[in-house]
Design a protein around this ligand. Structure first.
Ligand code: MG
Length: 376
């Protein structure tokens, strides 16, 4: 049997799964428990669907924009770099990062808002909770259990935020939201790696799409600072390359700051175990200065990209697709494909699961199949 070498990890890293899997399984051979989790996530259907789900731009708008899949891979890359430097468990960070968006609806946040509105009398819809539901319940791949039967630590990382009402229904994975406790440092890293990834790739995609101009974004200090450096060092660089060089420097600055500040916080609080991490304040953090620069960047993106009229038009269209699909299926469940025919009383939840699992283009096709009068 292959022997997995012991990882050289900090004492406050998650080295093994202390709380294991809901359904006990024999230990994997030749890989760690968290590598197995990562592998199960990569082989899931929900993971493959991420390729055709909107991050900001709907998939058919262009081939080079980020999708949920490339976004998740970027999160994993950033997360792993940070984890390695801090002596934390890279495999766990990777597993959480790759799974963190599995519950997203088609059409990004517009889709989530529409589905949440549809579900308001039935417990609502929240993509983060849905990610957990995908790995706990919805994936149907294994003979012995529903879902992926992931380790507790991976599941707690996926559940980034949660209302007290939902937390109370989620057992041990929801308990920290009621007891004011933190997740592992690995989960905290995946969370901030998500933020670093989307802020930076949205700058890149925003500029590529032409919805944001170089002139506009030069009002953002974090961007301007690095753009000036690049211009000074390479005055003749073509614009696209200049943007890439600027964005890569921004990512590097954010990652470096995060590592430095987290090291300081670890020094200050001296955690000696994962349990110490759980009772400490959040230790993975940016410096105050970088948090402010980051906040400015986020505010810019909100105003100039996420609320750009062309993005808003696509959002309005997507919300209509989601709401109309939901209403049609709930009003007449005979329209659902046979494998989704209701076997339980809660038809709304079933329909929400069906819609949330759709890719952008599948949702558009379903919409056409239900509502288009002309023949396809
Ligand atoms: Mg994300």
């Amino acid at each position: 049997m292959l022997v997995v070498p012991e990882l050289q990890l900090a004492p406050y890293a998650v080295s093994v799964s202390a709380r294991g899997r809901k359904i006990p399984e024999p230990a994997p051979s030749g890989r760690s428990e968290f590598q197995r989790d990562r592998d199960r996530i990569i082989h899931s259907s929900a993971f493959r669907r991420l390729e055709y789900k909107t991050q900001v731009f709907v998939n058919h708008e262009g081939d080079l924009f980020r999708t949920r899949l490339t976004h998740s891979i970027e999160v994993a890359q950033i997360g792993r770099s940070i984890a390695r430097r801090l002596g934390l468990n890279e495999d766990l960070v990777e597993a959480v990062s790759l799974a963190h968006d599995l519950g997203h609806t088609p059409f990004g946040h517009a889709g989530q808002e529409a589905l949440n509105a549809c579900m308001k009398d039935n417990g609502g819809f929240e993509h983060n909770l849905q990610s957990l539901r995908v790995v706990d319940v919805l994936e149907e791949r294994y003979a012995a259990f529903d879902g992926l039967n992931l380790c507790f630590e991976t599941r707690e990382g996926i559940l980034k935020h949660c209302s007290p009402e939902h937390a109370a229904q989620l057992g041990e994975v929801g308990a920290r939201f009621l007891n004011n406790r933190r997740p592992s440092l690995e989960a905290q890293i995946a969370n901030l790696a998500d933020e670093i990834a989307y802020n930076n790739h949205d700058v890149d995609d925003g500029l590529r799409s032409g919805l944001v101009t170089l002139d506009q974004i030069s009002s953002v200090r974090l961007f301007a600072l690095h753009l000036d450096e690049v211009r000074a060092a390479y005055p003749d660089l073509a614009e696209r390359r200049m943007v890439h060089e600027t964005v890569r420097r921004m990512i590097n600055t954010l990652v470096t700051d995060l590592i430095f500040q987290t090291e300081q916080n670890i020094q200050l609080h001296q955690p000696r175990s994962v349990e110490d991490v759980r009772s400490a304040p959040p230790l993975v953090a940016f410096s105050n200065e970088m948090r402010e620069l980051n906040r400015e960047l986020k505010a810019f993106l909100r105003t100039h990209l996420y609320r750009h009229y062309r993005v808003m038009r696509m959002s309005a269209k997507s919300q209509r697709i989601i709401s109309d699909l939901f209403k049609a299926f709930v009003d007449d469940s005979r329209l659902l494909p046979p494998q989704f025919m209701p076997q339980e009383a809660n038809v709304s939840r079933l329909v929400a699961d069906y819609i949330a699992g759709m890719t952008d283009r599948y949702a558009i096709r379903e919409y056409r199949r239900l509502f288009a009068v002309e023949e396809e």
